[in-house]
Design a protein around this ligand. Structure first.
Ligand code: PRP
Length: 216
């Protein structure tokens, strides 16, 4: 039997995803060992293998068919824009993509003047300002600690993830506009969806049942 390959996002989502798979009866010895340097974990009985990858790489593995299925945040799916199917909202990893800045930047957003937006998500930011707000802005790509940008004068606002809001609060910034809600999603390769339909459908059904149990 051909392995069904599942790409999981390393970091924040990994633990919750592995627990959900376990609750769904899909286990893989060693995958939850945070100290291991092993990259791929196999469940021979079920013909399934998992690997952990950096978030932005998960849609890439799935789009090319190196993974049949991926678990990744909606932020990454939107940013990467790969041709993949998004089939299930897992609910966890819930947060919001927002335009944030100091209170004083609210007026700049409305003014129609040019301003700068710092972000780790240039495609999401570009789409939001161009297609939803019909506004031309300068987008500056950063790799992290985005909240720094308006504080030190790199940009007027940022487009970033807000979860609890404490990073904003502790740095004197606020949410100015919401772009979209986010959470962890299951994505599937378009060819795998046809060729492995029965196995993928069964796996998704099991995940849905495990989610329902978790919520009840
Ligand atoms: C994310 C995001 C915000 C923060 C939001 O950063 O970019 O900075 O979390 O969370 P909060 O609303 O609960 O404070 P992350 O921790 O991933 O690090 P990064 O700044 O390096 O991207």
């Amino acid at each position: 039997m051909r392995y069904l390959t599942i790409a999981l996002t390393k970091g924040r989502l990994a633990q919750e995803t592995l627990s959900l798979f376990e609750a769904a009866g899909i286990t893989s010895a060693g995958a939850d060992d945070t100290k291991t340097r092993k990259l791929i974990f196999t469940n021979e009985e079920m013909g399934i293998r998992f690997f952990l990858a950096k978030g932005p790489d998960v849609p890439t593995y799935v789009a090319y068919g190196a993974a049949d299925i991926g678990i990744v945040g909606r932020d990454t799916i939107l940013e990467e824009g790969r041709k993949i199917y998004e089939v299930l909202d897992l609910g966890y990893g819930a947060c919001r993509m927002c335009i944030c800045g100091p209170e004083s930047a609210a007026a700049i957003l409305k003014s129609g003047d040019q301003f700068r937006v710092a972000t780790k998500y240039p495609n999401i930011a570009k789409d939001y300002f161009l297609n939803r707000r019909h506004q031309t802005v300068e987008i500056i790509k950063l790799s992290g600690s985005i909240e720094l940008a308006p504080i030190v004068g790199l940009s007027e606002v940022i487009c970033d993830i807000v979860e609890t809001g404490s990073t904003l609060r502790e740095n004197g910034l606020t949410v100015l506009e919401e772009v979209c809600p986010l959470s962890a999603r299951v994505v599937v390769n378009q060819v795998s969806m046809k060729m492995e339909n029965a196995r993928i459908t069964e796996l998704i059904t099991r995940l849905k049942e495990a989610l329902d149990k978790k919520c009840s």
